[in-house]
Design a binder for this molecule. Sequence first.
Ligand code: HEC
Length: 424
Amino acid sequence: MMRSSLSLLAVLVACQGDKAEPIVVDGPTWDEVAPIFQERCVHCHQDGAVGPMRLDSFDATVPYGDLIRTAVVERTMPPFLADGSGDCNTYTDSEWLSDEEIATVADWVDAGMLAGTAEGQLDTTEPERLEDATHSLYSPEAYTPGGGGLTDDWRCFVLEPDLEEDRFLTAWEVVPDNVEIAHHATIFVPVDTQAAEQVRALDEDDEGPGYTCFGDARAQATLGAIWSPGRDVYRLPDGVGIRVGAGIPMVMQMHFSLPDDEVYVDQSRFNVVLAEESDIDKELHPFVLMNDQFEAPPGEENYEHTLEVNLGDQLKMFGNVDYEGEIELVGAGTHMHLIGTSSNATAVSPDGEETCIIDVPRWDYFWHNIYFYEEPVRLHTDDTIRATCSWNTTGMSETTIWGDDLTDEMCAFLIPAVLVDEGK
Ligand code: HEC
């Protein structure tokens, strides 16, 4: 938490020849910066964590002052993409910096990174673990990504929880086997036994563990879970869960990013809580709303496209849910590819009332994630969703449209929804 303390007046004594002149520097000190770093940086920037350097003490931090200033002012760090200021929702485990926090860090660097009176060392944190996992799922064989000179490799692993009855995914973690290359994971749940057979066949036909996939699981599947480094345990609100049918596998799509042409192997684990139906009050329908109508011409720094769609129609089409009434979103995420710059979605009720769903002012493909609301967002299937994305097409030579390839683009919104008036 932010301590309420006034900027200390740090008095420095500068020696000019034999004449000592006190210069008074008015600026924030480590006392003000330390609580921000403690809460928003240290868990990723300590020994053994994903960040490339330690930011867990005054001495460790000072050499990176200018880099830190740029990163926080441009909001590239912390890599929390959803505006969590309260203008458009607030999120659990939020790493969104307030404007005041950014100003404090910037002013601290500008004033010469004063030590203050607080102890320099911050508390390092142990990563949270999913202690109550019911299943630990992983590919039976380790995978060696990067065949054929790839620097990025997307691989789908078919994980079999061997369920004899339907269960509900309520919490998960991905424990990366090789933190150097495991960049993020997306978990899909095939919609039926036919789709399940399809992913098993893809696995069978592709040499080595898993199969090549990009964008989706190459079979009809709902998006179940996301993981991105530095985020430990993902837990859905109490009493809600995502159905995983009896006999249905889960498909873990790993994105491996290879720093060089060394040989790396990985066998990351997907640990889950698969709760019994009796522990669930409401099924969560993880559904993806899409603006797939854009045609972004080349040469535009910020090409923006908005699509207005009826929420109920989208739920039917992309969530396989035929339902009319109120729905409650538990969180949101956005998905675009490499040239996406920003995205946001707002619900507009028939009488014109607007509800912000998510606002990502600066998109970063390498940090896509799902964010859970502190307070659920209530909408109605009669609402219109205004889905807007922007792209920087200055490096493109042709019109960019929706597609699965990395050189195509997307404008998708993950909005896991509970149907308020549904029995379960
Ligand atoms: C979720 C984990 C995570 C959090 C939280 C986080 N960082 Fe980082 N940081 C990284 C990773 C990983 C990198 C390496 C570059 C990359 O992958 O984007 C990085 C890189 C950096 C860099 C190098 C320059 C750059 O922009 O790439 C700076 C500076 C930095 N972080 C500062 C911070 C500060 C300051 C905070 C807190 C206010 C913070 N980070 C919070 C994971 C994190």
